[in-house]
Design a protein around this ligand. Structure first.
Ligand code: NAP
Length: 547
């Protein structure tokens, strides 16, 4: 059959240029993938919708945005020189510093030379005859590539709330993922914020420091634990720089690529005193230890999880003066750690302030956004500024927003509309040749740059194999996809989090069709994920169909 050489109604001949590989996204992942493909000597180009590098850290400029990962475990690990040159200011870096770091790396390695900014990808169509992807951008530009690498980020498709009247508010209104570059002064403003996820918890805490009045609209409360951030002293800086190999080795050995790993003991097998003492210790330590460095059973055994949740409930109650408000802040529909745990720096105390009001929208639902504010069933709350901290259509959402079509017009969005996305290792979708994903569904997740480094290293090996062997087409074998799907489901089954609605399980009440629990990550650990990838590479990539 003769394949048509058109994309939409335009001929394939009007592409501006052809590349060996096109990467979409100039965040930490896209830039590291660029670095690796440059090393292979490929003709590669990155397209980025923002006006500069940074990805997540470019877009999420909301007040209070900062790492929940230890800064020194987060960066690019490929350059010892960069590691030694860069001084992280804080153990958990604030967004401006993180963005400055990525910009510094971009300068140092001249990444921008290979990036086209202000290019939002709208369509990617496979052309079977030419064995290449035809990419169309929002400005009408079209490029083709042998390999198409979406490095979109699992949390880039931000979502506005499905509430009547959004857009009718007369004052400024910002989604946290599209925060303006100019500073916002809150001191003379009545501010309303919708959402109480990790983003909102950071933003609320920061905004409450200066705001005239803040109203928080909460649907589901989230468990949150103290971040315990601090400035890195000169002594610590020296120590960190000396220990980078050790730090990164540690990240390679943990289940989630953080420096924290579960304790081998079980909460249900130690005495109440031992349990309490351990939790007190974890609660007083910086970072995610309380979540991913806890007893081995707390995220899989309901009884253990209940004990931990009770412990966290006591902490909230001790920090919030009004117990009726504390009641509202304590999650009832999920246990601690079964959704991504926000880390906070004084969040609960915010509700002790006279100028902060918590509105539980289960009691008084929001009816609509009005020109003056937010109308609940109780009253109209008037604001000068509204903030939507309403999150993202996670993992598959960024793919859904691009018209991705494989052979014979096969639509990725339709393929992934229901149930489990069909992938092999999360790096290739079944039936989509030469599309090689970074942090697609069913890859291990945790400390993102470390996770994406593993994926990119695997992808780079795969691409090298292809070019070394003069191959022009790669897609995963259906049997490998099926086997991987079964493994992904089995790995998710024991986790309590698999039964809880969140972006991690693909649920988003603002997006049509996103109301069913799905397995979107690989939960068999980052270590296992890396080992499987290494075995596939050593075995000569037999899980793929080559041509
Ligand atoms: P999120 O966790 O999905 O939270 C969104 C919030 O908005 C939830 O409280 C949600 O309520 C609420 N919401 C959404 N639609 C609503 C509606 N129509 N009406 C009322 N409330 C609504 O999103 P996020 O806080 O942006 O965080 C997403 C992820 O980003 C995090 O889990 C984390 O992985 C990442 N993140 C990382 C950092 C960091 O590393 N420092 C910081 C921030 C975020 P329901 O819960 O009821 O749906």
């Amino acid at each position: 059959m003769v394949q048509t050489l058109t994309v939409g109604d335009r001929p394939a001949s009007d592409v501006v240029a052809h590349y060996d590989a096109i990467i979409i996204g100039a965040g930490v992942s896209g830039l590291y993938q660029l670095h690796r493909l440059r090393q292979l000597g490929l003709n590669v180009r990155v397209f980025e919708s923002g006006s500069d590098v940074g990805g997540t850290w470019y877009w999420n400029r909301y007040p209070g945005a900062r790492f929940d990962s230890e800064s020194w475990s987060y960066g690019f690990a490929f350059s010892e020189e960069l590691l030694q040159e860069w001084n992280w200011r804080e153990h958990f870096s604030a967004q401006p510093d993180t963005l400055a770091y990525i910009e510094y790396a971009a300068d140092k390695f001249d990444f921008r030379r290979d990036v086209s900014f202000n290019h939002l990808l709208t369509a990617a169509h496979w052309n079977e005859e030419q064995r290449r992807w035809m990419l169309t951008f929002d400005n009408g530009d079209r490029y083709s590539a042998t390999i198409f690498i979406p490095a979109l980020g699992p949390l880039s498709a931000f979502v506005m709330p499905a509430i009547e009247g959004v857009g009718s508010f007369e004052g400024p209104a910002y989604h946290t993922a599209r925060w303006p570059k100019e500073p916002v002064d809150f001191s003379d403003k009545r501010v309303g914020i919708i959402g109480t996820g990790a983003t909102a918890i950071q933003a609320i805490t920061e905004i409450a420091k200066t705001v005239k009045h803040l109203t928080v609209f909460q649907r589901n409360p989230n468990w949150a634990a103290p971040l315990h951030n601090s400035v890195i002293t000169e002594e610590e800086q020296k120590d960190i720089k000396a220990r980078y190999p050790e730090i990164y080795q540690r990240c390679r050995e943990t289940l989630t690529c953080f420096i924290h790993n579960p304790d081998p003991r079980k909460a249900l097998e130690v005495s109440a005193e031992e349990r309490e003492a351990f939790w007190e210790q974890r609660y007083s330590e910086p970072g995610f230890g309380i979540w991913v460095g806890n007893f081995a059973d707390v995220l899989i055994d309901k009884r253990a999880n209940k004990l931990l949740s009770d412990f966290m409930e006591k902490k909230i109650r001790a920090r919030v003066k009004d117990q009726a408000i504390a009641d509202k802040l304590i999650p009832k529909n999920h246990g601690f750690g079964t959704r991504r745990v926000p880390l906070e720096s004084g969040y609960f105390e915010v509700y002790n302030q006279d100028n902060v009001l918590l509105v539980d929208i289960n009691e008084t639902p929001i009816e609509r956004i009005t020109p003056k504010g937010i109308q609940t069933t109780e009253k109209e709350h008037e604001f000068d500024l509204i903030i939507y901290a309403t999150g993202f259509d996670g993992v598959t959402g960024p793919y859904d927003r691009i018209d991705i079509r494989g052979p014979n017009g096969r639509s990725l969005k339709e393929d992934w509309a229901e149930g489990l996305p069909r992938t092999f290792l999360g790096v290739q979708a079944e039936g989509f040749p030469n599309m090689i994903m970074v942090l697609g569904p069913h890859t291990a997740r945790g400390n993102i740059p470390r996770n994406s480094e593993q994926i990119i290293d695997f992808n780079t090996g795969l691409i090298k194999y292809m070019f070394d062997n003069n191959l022009t087409r790669v897609e995963p074998r259906p049997e490998a996809v099926a086997e991987w799907g079964v493994h992904v489901e089995e790995a998710a089954a024991p986790l309590l989090s698999s039964q809880v609605k969140s972006w991690q399980t693909g649920v988003n009440r603002n997006v049509a069709g996103r109301d069913v629990l799905r397995v979107l990550g690989y939960n068999g650990s980052a270590v296992k994920y890396r080992r499987i990838g290494e075995q596939v590479a050593v075995g000569g990539y037999q899980e793929f169909i080559w041509d």
